[in-house]
Ligand binder design. Sequence first.
Ligand code: CAA
Length: 246
Amino acid sequence: MTQRIALVTGGTGGIGSAICLALADQGMKVVAGYSNEEKAKAWQEEQKAAGYDILIQHVDVTSLESCQQAVSEIKEKAGGSVEVLVNNAGITRDGVFKKMDAAQWSSVISTNLDSAFNMTRPVVEDMLAAGFGRIINISSVNGEKGQFGQVNYSSAKAGMIGFTKALAQETASKGITVNTISPGYILTPMVAKIAPEIQEKICKQIPVGRMGQPGEIGRAVVFLAGEEAGYITGSNLSINGGQYMS
Ligand code: CAA
């Protein structure tokens, strides 16, 4: 079988890194999408030292043009089109709604939700032509349940779940599956930004009694990206230590 090509947006971040390594462990050719070149180059070297050969690609997921450009550059450098797409790039701009400004709203909506359109649109064309594809959207427990201080983030992440279900219907007969993973609180730099006393309160709401590890999301991505997962589409896999059971 030919080596599958996977693109992970936000691939050099906390959860993104774990996803890249988990897919590389399956023998896939992995491309990590990045926005910060210096950080990405250092990250790539770090992975190389650990025995991983991962390609990196600049992409601004808030821009359709940039995503189109990235997809054609990946074809050159990876020698084929993207067959596994993980829409993982995301940011937080937390704050109570009554103090939230328009920039806090629109930056989160464009990075976390418009990105799903921008990145998937150019990739899905090649998947349709190939008759195979795996699209995995990284949402959040806070898109499922809502979260105080995250009207922007919860809206975008809930939107991703709708995006998944609608696109899954359109591509099901073409060999392309579309699924969502909704991580809970995972130990990453994004979660480390939350004030320690709030982190403590959150931990008390998690029945498993701890935050998650990035590798626990990586393993689920591998599962959904596999050849054998062709009958799973339009689903949402919650990985949150029992914090929210929908
Ligand atoms: N429910 C109800 N009321 C709450 C509350 C909650 N969960 N949290 C705080 N409040 C109340 C406070 O008691 C306080 O009440 P009073 O005004 O009556 O005293 C009021 O709301 C204001 O609270 P804060 O002092 O905390 O307000 P702040 O402006 O200093 O901070 C905040 C607001 C930045 C949103 C802060 O509450 C916060 O960081 N919350 C955590 C948000 C969060 O979970 N973000 C997740 C980031 S990680 C991620 O997003 C990854 C993922 O997918 C899971």
